[in-house]
Structure formats: C-alpha cells, structure tokens
Design a protein around this ligand. Structure first.
Ligand SMILES: Cc1cc2nc3c(=O)[nH]c(=O)nc-3n(C[C@H](O)[C@H](O)[C@H](O)COP(=O)(O)O)c2cc1C
Length: 322
C-alpha cells in the first residue's frame, strides 16, 4: 500500500491517530500478542487493538463449553477470564509494541467502584484509551446488568471519567430497549466515544441430553448473523452522536470490506473485526484494500468522508462526503 492509500485510511479517533479504521475487538485477540504469531499478520494493519476484558481481580472464567458455532455466527461465554488489572499492566503492557498500533484496555466490573478502580490503574499506564464494557452478557453480576439500565450506565461512565483524561469508549449492549437514550446519558456522563454493539444473548441446545451446549447455559452471539442488528444500532446511536462529534466503533459480524463500508456509511468512524479473525486471521489487509478501492471509485479523499453518509430512502442521493 502506497503513502497515498495509507493517508486515505488514516482516522483521528478521539485525538488518537488510527492508521486504518480497523479495530481488533476485545476477546478476539487475547492481550494483543496472540495473532502476532500468525505468519503474515501485523498489528500495523489496524488502527487499534482492544485487549481482553479485564477485571480488578483475576478471573478463571466459565466452565466449558465456552464457544459453539451457530449458523453464520458463534456463541461464546468465556466469562471474562483474565489475570486481573495489575497483572495486565505490570506484565502484559510492557510487552506490547506501541509503535505498531494503539492499544485499548477493556474494563469490566461488578460494581461502579470496581470500574473506577480499574480505570484509575489503567490511567497510570501507557494504555492509549479505555473501553468500558457495560455490555458483557457472560458474567452473573455487572456487565450487561449495568449496560441495559441508562442510569447505571451513566454512573459507571461518570465514575471512570472522574479518574482519567484518557479517551473513554463506552461499549453499548444491543440487549436493551432504547440504545440511543442510553448513549445520550453516557455522553452527558463524559463518554468520548462508543463501541456498538456487543454480542446478543443466545442459546443452543443439545437435543440428546436436553441441555444447553454452552457451559454457562447462555452466551453472546457474534458474527455475520448479528450484522443487520448491529448496523441498525449504529445508525440509531449515530443520530445522538453526530451533534456532539462523538465517534463510534461499529462492530458485529464484519467479514469483508463491503461490511465495513456499510458500518461507516451508517455512522461509524472506525470498524471492529472480531469473530471473522477466528476463521480468517489475515482478513485485515484485504478489508483495508477494499476500502481504499471503494474510496477511489467514489471520489472520496479519506475514510472520514464516508461516516454517516447514509441516505434514507425518503432523502435524495448525495455525493460522497456531502
Ligand atoms: C470469544 C469472544 C470473547 C469476547 N470477549 C469480550 C470481552 O472480553 N469484552 C468485550 O467487551 N467484548 C467481548 N467480546 C465481544 C466482541 O468484542 C465484539 O463486540 C462482538 O463479538 C461483535 O463483533 P464480531 O461479530 O465481529 O465478533 C467477545 C467476543 C467473542 C467472540
């Protein structure tokens, strides 16, 4: 990719220089080092890498099975297995190459105080930004219980905001009635950006044993199966964000350049790649190339010109960036 193509892909995300609009999603790349062992893979192909969800204390995660493939997607209930915030900061962050890309911590807690304590720890670390995961469906307390209640969501964001000036990205749950209202409350509480969406709750059943196939009984559904839902949620959240200049990392089933373009047009400034990495670890350079090709064909100078250019069917068509 030449310098002109690279310039087309660059995105300013909350003051962070993303070299491409692609973000590797939390839980799908370990702690940022996992895929660097795959030949041909490079963190330089993405704007940022979100680390696995991190709690204050270490967690062993859920009993197996933790993942199950479903039509056009997968269920997972990992249960936030992680070594705890202090260990991530002391042992994992020093091994990451911050010249290659931006790194984002993913915060999970059972109480508002726990989220705040983790944010305080990461504030005093080299991490570039923090994603507040108030939408994890796979833990018994906290997680989605916070994310589905706008009051609780705002309280978590406010508590984290009080202890850090680093960019705060709130990860919204699709498992709620009014995602736009929740986003509005989180903006008031100090959120700088959003990740839209986390997984949808789902279940698979083994008919012989008549038991759920996931150890946790239910899990989070991801992959292409959730893409139409995710696109609508990005569109809805963008209606709230556009007036505030708040960017969105659109995600949910992206597996091609065309998928990524749909999310950008619907209102995302960056796009997440998660489940697709499980079956195609080298997908990112191809998505980048496809986005550049589209930008050239449509006379767009850069990827930012696409964000929110969706023309609803009752509006007249307009040129790129209008
Ligand atoms: C195995 C697995 C583990 C995940 N772990 C986390 C996590 O720790 N924190 C989080 O915020 N999201 C987690 N997610 C959700 C993803 O980051 C992403 O939001 C979701 O999978 C939708 O994108 P996708 O369809 O491209 O995978 C996980 C997803 C998968 C598949």
């Amino acid at each position: 990719m030449n310098a002109e193509d690279k310039a087309m892909l660059a995105v300013d995300f909350c003051g962070l220089d993303f070299q491409t609009p692609l973000v590797l999603l939390s839980g799908c790349v370990g702690f940022g080092e996992e895929y660097t062992r795959v030949e041909g893979f490079s963190n330089r192909d993405v704007g940022a890498v979100c680390l696995k969800g991190t709690t204050l204390e270490p967690r062993l995660g859920n009993a197996p099975h933790r993942v199950f493939e479903t039509p056009a997607g997968m269920l997972n209930a990992i249960g936030l297995q992680n070594p705890g915030s202090a260990q991530v900061i002391e042992s994992i962050l020093p091994g990451l190459d911050f010249d290659e890309t931006r790194f984002i911590a993913n915060l999970s807690g059972s109480t508002v105080e726990e989220y705040q304590a983790i944010a305080r720890l990461f504030d005093d670390s080299p991490i570039d930004a923090m994603e507040i995961n108030i939408s994890c469906p796979n833990v018994k307390e906290g997680g989605v219980a916070f994310g589905n209640d706008p009051d609780m969501s705002a309280r978590v964001v406010q508590a984290c905001r009080a202890v850090t000036d680093k960019p705060l990205i709130t990860k919204l749950s699709p498992n709620q009635t009014d995602i736009a209202e929740n986003a509005r409350r989180c903006i008031e509480a100090g959120s700088d950006a959003f990740a839209v969406i986390n997984t949808l709750m789902g279940m698979a059943v083994d008919v012989e044993s008549r038991s759920p196939l996931i150890g946790n009984n239910q899990g989070g559904l991801s992959g292409p199966a959730i893409k139409p839902i995710a696109l609508l949620k990005v569109h809805q959240v963008y209606q709230v964000c556009r007036g505030h200049g708040i960017p969105i990392i659109g995600q949910g089933g992206i597996a091609s350049a065309e998928d990524a373009l749909e999310f950008l047009i619907a209102g995302a400034s960056a796009v997440g790649i998660g489940t697709a990495l499980f079956y195609d670890p080298l997908i990112c350079p191809r998505i980048n190339a496809g986005i550049v090709d589209y930008l050239k064909r449509h006379g767009c100078a850069g990827v930012g010109q696409l964000t929110g250019t969706l023309r609803l069917n009752d509006a007249p068509p307009a040129p790129c960036g209008a």
